[in-house]
Design a protein around this ligand. Structure first.
Ligand code: MLT
Ligand code: ZN
Length: 387
């Protein structure tokens, strides 16, 4: 997404792929301890067989490693329910730049013994140390999972659907994702996935996860009745069996793939106040006109996270100049973040100043100098070029 793991000049690549063992699983607390090279989907299977789920899920689950997930503080599709890895990771083992093995692989829920050092490495993108093992808290596997896929007449209705749904579904709401009509056209055109509801300007995917199928069905039923009756949504479909649940999720999860088949993709991953989340997409469409093939907005609305993507036949400097710094300035003016969940990497490091004050950037540089004085750990990444 941001070139965080892409070697650019003179780097040596370390692979943790052979560190792929589960070390332990405690089926009372749900704590999984594993090596960094374990693939997320395999871990999911491992804990699901024991009645738990990984607190993290994302489209790349079949290939991404848990060590990379933690190093980049990946957000994903379960964030709304289980929160950030800053909360679910209990401990880490990290190799420091001088070769010290920092064993903070604790599995304690509570540990208030001074600085919480593991937090420094979560989201540091390998610039402060190499994560080699992870201890992570897995919640119990929900007994009932349902997905509703709905069409909304405008973004205002998407927002109202979200508010209504939080009120009516409460503790069983586990995801609230949205996509615009252009996203749906692209997954249809490039991946041949069929639209499951009538054509609409916006679509939302709502997932509920609970411990009692009957209770969840009743709540979801009255929410859908209300949403359809009051015109918040114009059409909808509901899935409770695993195959259809997966099929509906694929429409949302595979947008990235569809975009990459459309041409060169300019990608932005922004945190914005939910009520202004789509304004930038509309204004960019007008600003770019026919220079862009598609300007699309989708993402984790429940987390205030917009994925703004622009496709074009090929990379072009003038198009980039029309996008940047405009997108970042707009985001800063709305007190948003220029990277919600994709990190900073190589591509966004000079945009950091739009979301962090100078004193915070200076402290980041001081931490880097302290932990990696020779600058050998993932150089050229995360920190601004001037650092
Ligand atoms: C997603 O939520 O689908 C990804 O984080 C966005 C992307 O791949 O651009
Ligand atoms: Zn995302």
């Amino acid at each position: 997404m941001v070139g965080g793991s892409v070697p650019v000049f003179d780097e040596i690549i370390l692979s943790t792929a052979l560190l792929n063992q589960v070390i332990s699983f405690d089926d009372v607390s749900g704590t999984l301890v594993c090596q960094a090279g374990c693939v997320l989907e395999q871990l999911s299977r491992h804990v699901e067989e024991r009645g738990f789920v990984m607190p993290l899920d994302l489209g790349a689950k079949g290939s991404c490693h848990i060590g990379g997930n933690v190093a980049t503080n990946a957000g994903g599709l379960r964030f709304l329910r289980y929160g950030s890895l800053h909360g679910t990771v209990l401990g880490l083992e990290v190799v420091l730049a001088d070769g010290t093995v920092l064993n903070c692989l604790t599995s304690l829920r509570k540990d208030n013994t001074g600085y919480d050092l593991k937090q420094l490495f979560i989201g540091s993108e390998g610039t402060l140390g190499v994560i080699t093992a992870v201890s992570i808290l897995c919640p119990p596997k929900p007994k009932a999972v349902s997905v509703a896929f709905l069409g909304c007449p405008s973004f205002a209705e998407v927002l109202r659907t979200f508010c209504t749904c939080k009120g009516m579904l409460g503790e069983i709401l586990s995801a609230f994702e949205f996509m615009d009509a252009e996203c749906m056209q692209l997954v249809g055109r490039h991946l041949h996935l069929a639209r499951p509801v009538q054509e609409s300007p916006f679509y939302v995917l709502i997932e509920t996860s609970g411990s009692h199928a009957g209770h969840d069905a009743e709540k979801l039923g009255s929410f859908l009745e209300h949403a359809l009756g009051s015109g918040l949504v114009t059409d909808g479909t509901l899935a409770t069996d695993q195959r259809r649940v997966k099929m509906l999720w694929a429409l949302r999860e595979r947008i990235t793939e569809a975009l990459s088949l459309d041409g060169y993709v300019y990608k932005y991953d922004l945190s914005l106040p939910a009520e202004r989340l789509y304004d930038l997409v509309d204004s960019l469409r007008a600003r770019l006109g026919p220079r862009a093939k598609h300007v699309v907005g989708y993402g984790h609305l429940g987390d205030g996270n917009l994925h703004l993507n622009v496709t074009a036949e090929a990379f072009s400097e003038p198009l980039l100049a029309a996008l940047e710094p405009h997108v970042y300035e707009w985001t800063a003016a709305h007190r948003g973040s220029v990277s919600a969940e994709h990190g900073v990497g190589f591509k966004k490091r000079d945009a950091l100043g739009y979301s962090k004050p100078p004193a915070a950037l200076r402290l980041m540089c001081q931490l880097k100098a302290l932990l990696d004085p020779k600058g050998i750990l993932n150089p050229y990444k995360t920190l601004p070029t001037w650092a």
